[in-house]
Design a protein. Structure first.
Length: 348
């Protein structure tokens, strides 16, 4: 059996329940960008919807339309890419998406589409990722108010990203965001939702939760780099490969850089085998080599990362060995790699 990613949807459901209990009364906006962080968006989104999630974050319109097909018409889907062309704006309207708008030019394109799109206006509170600068916010709001008055858009949200580099910086960002919300309301807007907290802040800073919290890789059990494990949150995916050759000092497994396994992991980590942890020696293009273990046989499975097997790491632990983040190991896996779902909810 070839290399595969096993995705435990029952674990995902329990993670989501833990998150929802923690952040209530705020709603959980469950992020499924990058094909649900490499886990497969249709099955993941359907499972989340069955677990009570009513808001999804897709980042781009194409993913948003896939989520819409998987979960039906009742969910709200937030797509916040700010470089959409006119065709993407039309597709967003057709799929009944909420769109994040943090650029005056993009707002103009959304207004010009005249599709009464639901928009969430974004202010830059210091991260500089995107969003309207505070000094430009009043003019931006005025444009949105005029467009809403003539029915071209519906302003349903206000939002921002925070840097999460220090409590002091985040407190400053919070103050800017509150001021932006107040000025938007004074100008005549009545947003349904405000959101600024992502995974880490939603757990650590209850006062930042507002109406929605955006939960991404965290809900999949991918902890932040150097971050603590959180009770009730566990990894949902296990990456494994089959032993295809046994030599005196090493076994060869059927996964390599072409499948998305970083070549820089070679010599840095141990992986799980039938006899416990063994050194990952090389990562080739289509196969890799692991230090031999007692009783090794062709057909054995070696676990690169995942829960509940024999000494393997988490995706984040492997990632930290090569100075990256756990989600990178998952999103770079080729779509051609088999995904096997345990406890799957059948997509619509």
């Amino acid at each position: 059996m070839p290399a595969r990613l096993d995705v435990d949807l029952d674990r995902l459901r329990r993670n989501i329940m833990t998150v929802r209990r923690t952040v209530m009364p705020a709603e959980t906006l469950f992020v499924v960008k990058n094909d649900a962080y490499g886990h497969g968006v249709e099955s993941v989104a359907a499972t989340a919807a069955a677990a009570g999630v009513r808001w999804f974050g897709s980042f781009d319109v194409d993913t948003g339309t896939r989520v819409r097909a998987a979960v039906g018409s009742s969910a709200r889907i937030f797509a916040w890419a700010t470089t959409l062309d006119d065709g993407s704006v039309q597709r967003a309207a057709d799929a009944d998406l909420d769109v994040g708008v943090g650029d005056p030019g993009y707002l103009d394109r959304v207004i010009a589409a005249d599709r009464a799109l639901r928009v969430h206006l974004k202010i830059d509170t210091g991260l500089r990722r995107n969003g309207v600068r505070p000094e430009e916010w009043p003019e931006f709001i005025e444009s949105a108010v005029r467009a809403q008055e003539r029915g071209a858009i519906r302003v349903t949200g206000l939002w921002t990203h925070i840097a999460e580099t220090s409590d002091a910086d985040d407190d400053d960002a919070r103050e800017l965001f509150v001021d932006a919300v107040d000025s938007a309301r004074a100008a005549g807007l009545s947003p349904e939702v405000r959101h600024m907290a992502a995974s880490a802040a939603s757990f650590a800073r209850p006062g930042f939760r507002d109406d929605l919290v955006r939960i991404g890789a965290f809900a999949y059990g991918i902890r932040s780099a150097d971050g603590p494990d959180i009770p009730g949150i566990v990894p949902i995916a296990a990456l494994s490969a089959e032993v295809v050759e046994v030599a005196s000092d090493r076994v060869t497994i059927d996964i390599g850089s072409l499948d998305g396994l970083p070549s820089t992991l070679a010599g840095c980590v141990e992986v799980g085998t039938e006899a416990g942890p063994r050194h990952l020696m090389t990562v080739g293009v289509t196969t890799s080599q692991v230090r031999v273990y007692p009783g090794a046989m062709v057909g054995d499975r070696v676990t690169l990362f995942g829960p509940g097997t024999r000494g393997e790491n988490s995706a984040t632990t492997l990632a930290e060995a090569i100075d990256t983040v756990g989600e990178e190991l998952l999103v770079r896996l080729t779509p051609a790699l088999e995904r096997r779902y345990l406890g799957a909810v059948t997509p619509r």
